[in-house]
Ligand binder design. Sequence first.
Ligand code: F6R
Length: 246
Amino acid sequence: MGSLRIRVVEDAHELGRAGADLVAEVIAAAPTAAIVVATGRTPMGLYAELAARRRSGVLETKAISAVQLDEYLGLEPDDRRSLFGWMHRSFLEPLGVRDDRVIRLPLDGDLEGACAAFDRGLEARGALDLAILGLGRNGHLGFNEPPSDAGSSTRRVELSSSTIEANARYYDGGRPPATAVTLGMRQLLSARAIVLVVSGSSKRTIVRRALEGPVGPAVPASFLQQAGGDVTVIVDRAAWADGRAS
Ligand code: F6R
């Protein structure tokens, strides 16, 4: 089994810096690292910090591969509300990751077959080097909604009403689609390293349940307690209310 480290930082700004340090370490050790890229608000400071380091010439990111974590179904390919659009604006473009180094989820056709082929392709490349993840208020990782077990593969999912509500604020005031594709728990949990970033008081209860509660499908993020690789949770004080770990 791997290790689980909890790092408590002062605020969202420090979270971005600490997260970028970790990602930069992975890239320094493996310049062609395959990295899973979450969207959502929490990792945005981390991505901005990586972009700043790249601009100042201390970080080279052009050889990495970026792996899409999740995507809504039913959008036009160029819809800027897509998670790919968000990933492009916040990560791929600022870090200079070319299209041929982006591993995108299948979104149409025979999805079951396409997702199985996607997972086989990913496994053939070897373990993912790093997964950058955020935590859903319901304990999801990517769009692995509860209940999701540790062995679940890349697949089509129905989003819970809590996720649809939480993501409406990122959806130009509209209602995001209710179906999506997510990288499976199996793919995430077998990454060599995982960094989970958690910020804000709305995540207080769920982060404790995920890291200190019973491990099981009701809180998919709880499986991080048993992940094979090195898991680092970077959590700010607002989310880690009493600051017991450091
Ligand atoms: C986004 C994703 C989601 C978010 C999670 C937290 O690609 O996979 O699991 O990471 O919902 O979102 P924020 O950071 O906005 O609270």
